[in-house]
Design a protein around this ligand. Structure first.
Ligand SMILES: Nc1ncnc2c1ncn2[C@@H]1O[C@H](COP(=O)(O)OP(=O)(O)O)[C@@H](O)[C@H]1O
Ligand SMILES: [Mg+2]
Length: 233
């Protein structure tokens, strides 16, 4: 049995009189410790399935299993615990608390979780130990995103879910952030899922899941992922 199993997930949204089918029977599996890229154009249904996997949204039907936990059967209380202890999120916009330092932003997240890592060590992992007393406004976009990665990683989650984490960053900064995510995956053994619409990034992944028009179109396992520094686009 796979570490993560998503089976036949359906999700529709009603907006006024129209119904949008965001996930139309999505199925895929992921193994523990993989670096996974979910690839697809805007509107394909990528964020929807990631939010369902992260316990932020419920599906209309289907099954989601994470490390033998049947997330799709969880009640609200169980989902809250799952989000706190098992899932780290990284978003396109870093959502840092502006009047807290980098270190305090990370500490805040570790207070609500049970398996927290050492905050200083986590900031070192993302290469920001020398900036930990700075406020978000004193950091570049890439540095702020690395704080948000540290904040997610410090919870020592089973899953690190990243929705277009380089969407607001320039080319080189985006590469550094992807490198940080891959280092986290390799060093911590965390299962990392990154959503992108940049197909070049797929080469660095162990597994590439292509989603288009609310369905999975292909899943490829990459035996020899390429380091991000060797990928150009
Ligand atoms: N909360 C929502 N309410 C209404 N429609 C939504 C909502 N979230 C997503 N959608 C719609 O579902 C479809 C898939 O969205 P999404 O999963 O965000 O795609 P992607 O992340 O691939 O761009 C889109 O048509 C989007 O407009
Ligand atoms: Mg999206």
């Amino acid at each position: 049995m796979s570490y993560i199993k998503i089976q036949d997930v359906y999700k529709k949204y009603k907006v006024g009189d129209t119904v949008v089918v965001a996930n139309n029977g999505i199925s895929f599996s992921i193994e523990k410790g993989e670096f996974v890229v979910i690839l697809g154009p805007s509107g394909a249904g990528k964020s929807t399935i990631l939010n369902i996997l992260g316990g932020m949204e419920s599906c209309d039907s289907g099954e989601i299993i994470v490390d033998e936990l049947a997330i799709s059967t969880f009640n609200n209380k169980q989902l809250t615990k799952y989000r706190r202890d098992d899932v780290g999120f990284v978003f396109q916009f870093y959502n840092l608390v502006q009047n807290l330092t980098a270190k305090e932003n990370v500490e805040l997240a570790t207070r609500i979780t049970k398996n927290a890592l050492d905050v200083d060590q986590t900031l070192e992992l993302v290469g920001l130990d020398h900036r930990k007393d700075n406020f978000p406004s004193q950091l570049s976009g890439g540095e702020q995103q690395r704080v948000s990665i540290a904040r997610a990683v410090a919870k020592n989650p089973k899953l690190l879910l990243c929705d277009e984490p380089t969407g607001a960053l320039d080319y080189n900064t985006g590469k550094q952030v992807l490198q940080t995510l891959q280092d986290t995956c390799r060093k911590m053994g965390t299962t990392v899922i990154v959503i992108t619409h940049n197909s070049a990034i797929a080469q660095m992944a162990d597994r590439v899941i292509k989603i288009n028009d609310a369905k999975v179109r292909s899943v490829e396992v990459n035996k020899n992922p390429i380091p991000i520094e060797n990928i150009e686009w």
